[in-house]
Design a protein around this ligand. Structure first.
Ligand code: ATP
Ligand code: MG
Length: 356
């Protein structure tokens, strides 16, 4: 494997990761993220928000692996009882892994190697665990050229992971947590502890790191869409750190990713909030007998609703649930669609918002 460079432990030299340019960008990024955290708090039911963005991320993050699944197919697959195609399954696993990670963080406020393994295992659905057989290299997709050789020995991988987690769990350097986020993400990807799923696992660790550091309360900021759109730079800058230990471009990239994504998420939340208000008014006005706060919230938690969901959430009989949904369709809040034998009810306006 030729001239293999040994991956350094954390932390990197301070002057390489805290330049003037980085600090300037950092203040913009912090501002956007702070705003996102504040706006998220104004949504009455956090499940509505989290569900919407998590599914989008699960789709985008899996798409990096060239799984093409439309948002509509996904919602339908989630709501219906029918057997799920493999690609949808993969997206659903990713979503499960985000929630599993979030639950861990809420419970214990730190991560262990074991927890990272749990997250990766949820995504990949096999028991391979940490790499123990040498031979993994990272290649350029197009040329097949080896661009990076991660550590090969399991002992070294474990040693590097425990160093990573020391910095993940406790800020050892008093670097800003957003700078740390970038550093930790680079380090995780470069350790590349698994045979597969390192990218997706690393992207989940990013969001957990934001939550551990109180930069967000809920898992609502995801970088996959930005990374997909700026993928060649992402790889280029990771490589630049590998090869020359120059961090500035890479850290700026990650900070910009957080800033832009936070701004887009703020817009999306505002649209959802607005639509929620419109829907509440419409139902109160045109179907006052059916109006229940929980019912409207359900329509925003599950863009595809069905009788069963209403029965569970409102604790009403099937007949009543069915009547509510039909009434909501009559006044134009929902649109029904038959999938297999089931009737699904689409919140079409919400689905439009989530698409963009
Ligand atoms: N030169 C590099 N140095 C460090 N990490 C890299 C480099 N090139 C790619 N990576 C990381 O490896 C990840 C891909 O690894 P892997 O295939 O195990 O993950 P995945 O989740 O299956 O795929 P993907 O991230 O493409 O969805 C990329 O997302 C990137 O973060
Ligand atoms: Mg892969």
């Amino acid at each position: 494997m030729g001239h293999v460079k040994k991956l350094k432990k954390l932390p990197p030299e301070r002057e390489k990761v805290e330049t003037v340019k980085i600090l300037r960008q950092l203040s913009r990024t912090s501002q956007s993220l702070g705003e996102l955290k504040g706006i998220a708090k104004t949504i009455p039911n956090q499940a509505m928000l989290v569900n919407a963005v998590v599914l989008q991320e699960a789709k985008d993050s899996s798409e990096i692996e060239n799984i093409i699944t439309t948002q509509d197919e996904l919602y339908k697959a989630l709501a219906s009882k029918r057997k799920q195609p493999a690609q949808v399954k993969e997206v659903i696993n990713y979503r499960k892994a985000i929630f599993a990670g979030f639950e861990l963080i809420k419970r214990q406020d730190f991560l262990r190697v074991k927890d990272i393994k749990t997250i990766q295992k949820t995504i990949i659905e096999n028991n391979a665990g940490i790499r123990s057989v040498p031979g993994t290299v990272l290649k350029n997709d197009k040329t097949g050229e080896i661009v990076y050789t991660p550590p090969q020995e399991k002992d070294e991988i474990l040693d590097l992971l425990s160093n990573l987690l020391e910095h993940f769990n406790i800020n050892q350097t008093d670097l800003h947590p957003l700078i740390n986020l970038a550093i930790l993400h680079y380090q995780f990807e470069s350790i590349h502890p698994f045979y597969d799923g390192n990218g997706r696992t690393g992207r989940i660790l990013n969001i957990l790191h934001l939550i551990i550091n109180d930069l967000l309360d809920n898992p609502i900021l995801y970088l996959s869409s930005y990374i997909n759109e700026h993928k060649s730079n992402y790889y280029k800058y990771l490589n630049q750190v590998n090869e020359t230990d120059q961090w500035e471009d890479y850290i700026l990239y990650m900070l910009k990713a957080v800033e832009e994504t936070a701004n887009n998420t703020i817009k999306k939340i505002n649209r959802i909030k607005n639509q929620l208000g419109i829907t509440i008014e419409k139902v109160k006005d045109k179907a006052p007998k059916v109006y229940r706060k929980e019912l409207i919230e359900l329509l925003f938690e599950q863009p595809y609703s069905k009788i069963e969901f209403v029965v569970d959430k409102l604790k009403v009989e099937r007949k009543a649930a069915s009547r509510y949904l039909k009434k909501l369709e009559d006044i134009g809040v929902l649109k029904s669609e038959k999938v297999g034998r089931e009737n699904l009810y689409l919140n079409t306006e919400l689905i439009e918002i989530l698409k963009h």
